[in-house]
Design a protein around this ligand. Structure first.
Ligand code: NAD
Length: 370
């Protein structure tokens, strides 16, 4: 995995948030609150904040930005399971008409309870994505849409102190990439945001693997200067506007970078296609090489002919000696040897010839003709 130079124009708005219906899960968290404020500034039509507990001051902070939008809140525990998630999304659709954007932003970094961290970070993201998917899917009568899943830098570089957290975030990344491939059918674009350390409650509330509470977190805090949640939020919105389906965004130290993830395995049904593409590009290379070999052979042949002519003219060596000379020269120069052999080969019956690879194709053609 590496960060690549963007060939995506970040200044171009590929997706206009203005007038959109958005659900933000975990909207009262540090990154959530700041992103919601930005979304409101961008003119979203409806913003539904889903979070575990009501937070009046956070809600007012979001609402104060603009009055044109409709900002609402519903209490929602992401670990409630698929059916309850479906029920709450159905209620939101009844209110808004449809959903344009889902942001899965709830998360914890407490490894003391394995089940809870997997349920909160991973299973909940899958449940909410699949429910929204059903509602947005163009092939099922939906309008399409966008799902943005918040993972972590731990999805790109796993942390030994947080193996389960890293696994949940890595899982989100691959889940998102996989579903993004269905976009031509569903009209749903998905991407992953991988924030680096950000100064929120989450960053302060890290409980490491095997219960080594806060030790790494304190060390982390001494070592790392976390980015501001407002900067992270600004870049999340920028990534949304860029609208690159399947993209993985690194959102760290106040910067936004596109992460290039290489595939190391090609599914069998795509291998033939790849081989054909490769073939299509190879002949040019091969033709160039063949031309070059032909040119070298021609030059060598010319040189040889003029040498032989000179020899005959001067009468210094007999014809025998000249061929001996030539034979010696061919041993010194393997390319020349090939040329000489080819000449004699052509007078021989096909089955006795020593084949050059390029001869084989030509002879096969001749055989087919006869
Ligand atoms: N802060 C960081 O350093 C950092 C780094 C990488 C990734 N992240 C990720 O960014 C996302 C947002 O984190 P944050 O930094 O704003 O942290 P935060 O703790 O401020 O916010 C997390 C939000 O998730 C909500 N939440 C937690 N459990 C929930 C549940 N069961 N049901 C509903 N809501 C629940 C919380 O109420 C809170 O609003 C998380 O997914 C986190 O893993 C954060």
């Amino acid at each position: 995995m590496e960060c690549c130079q963007m060939d995506i124009n970040m200044d171009e708005v590929g997706f206009d948030l203005n007038g959109k219906n958005v659900i933000y899960i975990g909207g009262f968290g540090g990154i959530g609150l700041n992103t919601c404020k930005q979304l409101v500034q961008k003119g979203v039509a409806n913003l539904m904040i889903l979070d575990q507990v009501w937070n009046e001051s956070a809600f007012n902070e979001i609402n104060v930005v603009d009055t044109k939008h409709v900002c609402q809140f519903m209490a929602f525990d992401v670990t409630c399971g698929l059916e309850e998630t479906r029920a709450i999304f159905t209620r939101i659709v009844e209110k808004f008409g449809h959903i344009d954007v889902l942001i899965n932003g709830a998360g914890i970094a407490d490894e003391r309870d394995f089940d809870l961290i997997i349920a909160t970070n991973f299973t909940a993201t899958i449940n909410a994505t699949l429910v929204a998917y059903d509602l947005m899917d163009k092939s099922k009568g939906g309008k399409g849409g966008v799902v943005l899943n918040i993972a972590s830098v731990a999805a790109l570089t796993p942390f030994p102190s947080l193996p389960i957290y890293s696994a949940t975030k890595g899982g989100i990344l691959n889940f998102t990439r996989a579903l993004a491939l269905l976009e031509p059918k569903t009209g749903i674009k998905l991407y992953t945001i991988c924030p680096g350390p950000t100064s929120t409650k989450h960053f302060e509330d890290v409980h490491c693997f095997l219960g080594k509470n806060l030790i790494v977190s304190e060390r982390l805090r001494r070592l790392v200067k976390p980015q501001l949640p407002a900067d992270c939020a600004m870049n999340i919105v920028k990534a949304m506007e860029t609208n690159a389906n399947g993209a993985t965004w690194l959102c760290d130290m106040g910067q936004l970078k596109l992460v290039e993830i290489k595939n190391f395995w090609t599914p069998p049904h795509k291998r033939n296609k790849e081989a054909e593409q490769k073939k299509g590009s190879e002949p040019n290379k091969e033709a160039e090489q063949n031309k070059e070999t032909e040119r070298t052979k021609e030059l060598e042949q010319n040189e040889k002919t003029s040498q032989t002519a000179e020899t005959v003219q001067k009468g210094e060596t007999s014809q025998k000696e000249a061929s001996a000379e030539q034979a010696k020269a061919t041993v010194r120069n393997p390319t020349e040897q090939v040329t000489a052999e080819k000449k004699t080969d052509e007078t021989m019956p096909l089955r006795k010839r020593r084949y050059l690879i390029c001869d084989l194709g030509r002879d096969m053609q001749n055989i087919c003709k006869t």
